[in-house]
Write a protein that binds this ligand. Structure first.
Ligand SMILES: Cc1cc2nc3c(=O)[nH]c(=O)nc-3n(C[C@H](O)[C@H](O)[C@H](O)COP(=O)(O)OP(=O)(O)OC[C@H]3O[C@@H](n4cnc5c(N)ncnc54)[C@H](O)[C@@H]3O)c2cc1C
Length: 337
């Protein structure tokens, strides 16, 4: 088990400080202990849902809220709220009524020509009310909620799922919330289903009046305000691309496409760029994996609940997905009694 240098301090950001020294693990005699491996939005939400369901939880992870690394997807992105299509697609049929979430968001309104929110060259659009969140603040908030429930935290990179039980020997199981990191932790058949969907974004100064997303032939472009920090310009979705470097030519293309989406942020015709970043959506053939298997580890039967592969929807699906994973764990534990 590799321990990060200076790994005793787990997370300190804003007003939230979580546990700092982890050499002694206090085992609860009343609650069943479960390890959550991973501290992205999926791991943090799963930990919180387990704690709220009455379990004792230890989170083991290499990266934490406040860390920035290409192998840590969650700190990177937000949620759009206005869509524009350049060409007809199955989604634009029936004035957008076939979009699965059309009845779930407030003020869902089709945009047809002429409309001030619909560019002259666009085919169709929709407007609706949604929310956007600042990922770093949200992750820190999730961790602080878990801290309120007494979560324990360890900073480690593990080489196998069984390895977490060396540090939390009394745990009845582990929830594998490692995103793309699961490639190195699951068997070859499951590992083959995982792939990155590369995204590249640019953070610019100022908060856009509206979140806007435009889909055209072979491209997507979006502007989404990041509350308190500026506005994110995007983007791209390239399956199977592991490149962690910023593609400067692509950045120029993204900037040009986004000028029409957020003209209110332009100063002398240009955005004020703060930073450029690359992220890897943790994609999986067949969608997210929520599945339990039982394994004998160090003389004891333990469950492994896989909970990864949320691709470009980890935030929006985190609460429901965590509930499903925890319900599955509860059913599996009941079967064992
Ligand atoms: C450009 C872009 C735009 C996006 N837009 C949206 C959006 O609009 N809406 C939305 O809902 N989602 C969006 N997403 C997707 C969202 O960011 C991801 O689905 C989500 O962050 C995945 O979270 P995760 O917890 O599964 O993985 P991660 O955040 O990658 O967390 C993995 C955790 O596991 C740990 N880990 C992995 N392997 C090991 C190991 N061997 N040992 C110890 N720890 C390990 C890591 O350290 C980390 O703590 C976007 C993503 C990108 C890149």
């Amino acid at each position: 088990m590799r321990v990060r240098e200076g790994g005793s301090e787990v997370c300190r950001q804003g007003n939230y400080v979580t546990s700092k020294r982890h050499t002694n693990i206090t085992m609860s005699t009343e609650k069943r202990e479960i390890v959550v491996l991973g501290a992205g939005v999926i791991g943090l939400q799963t930990a919180l849902t387990l704690l709220e369901s009455g379990y004792s939880v230890t989170i083991v992870a290499k990266y934490w809220p406040g860390d920035e690394h290409i192998d840590y997807t969650s700190p990177r992105y937000l949620i759009p709220s206005t869509y524009i299509w350049d060409h007809p697609t199955p989604e634009t049929a029936n004035s957008g009524a076939s979009i699965w979430w059309s009845t779930l968001v407030p003020t869902f309104t089709p945009l047809t020509h002429p409309h001030p929110l619909l560019p002259a060259t666009a085919h169709f659009g929709i407007s609706y009310k949604s929310f956007s969140l600042n990922p770093q603040k949200y992750l820190t908030y999730l961790l602080s909620r878990s801290a309120d429930h007494g979560v324990k935290t360890h900073t480690h990179e593990v080489d196998s799922l069984a390895e977490v039980f060396e540090h939390v020997p009394d745990a009845v199981g582990v929830v594998n919330c490692t995103g793309l990191g699961a490639i190195d932790l699951v068997g070859p058949v499951e590992a083959d289903k995982l792939f990155p969907t590369r995204g590249q974004t640019i953070l610019v100064r100022g908060e856009a009046e509206m979140a806007r997303l435009r889909v055209g032939e072979g491209y997507i472009a979006y502007v989404i305000r990041r509350p308190g920090d500026g506005t994110i310009l995007g983007g791209c979705k390239v399956d199977g691309d592991w490149n962690a470097e910023v593609d400067k030519e692509l950045s120029k293309v993204i900037v040009e496409r986004c000028k029409i989406l957020a003209p209110e942020l332009l100063v002398d015709g240009e955005f004020e760029v703060i930073s450029e970043q690359v992220g890897r959506r943790p994609s999986r053939k067949g969608g997210p994996r929520i599945e339990v298997e039982w394994k004998e580890v160090e003389g004891r039967k333990r469950f492994i609940c896989h909970h990864y592969g949320h691709s470009g929807a980890g935030y929006q699906s985190s609460v429901g997905s965590a509930r499903e994973a925890v319900a599955l764990i509860q059913r599996e534990l009941e079967k064992q009694q």
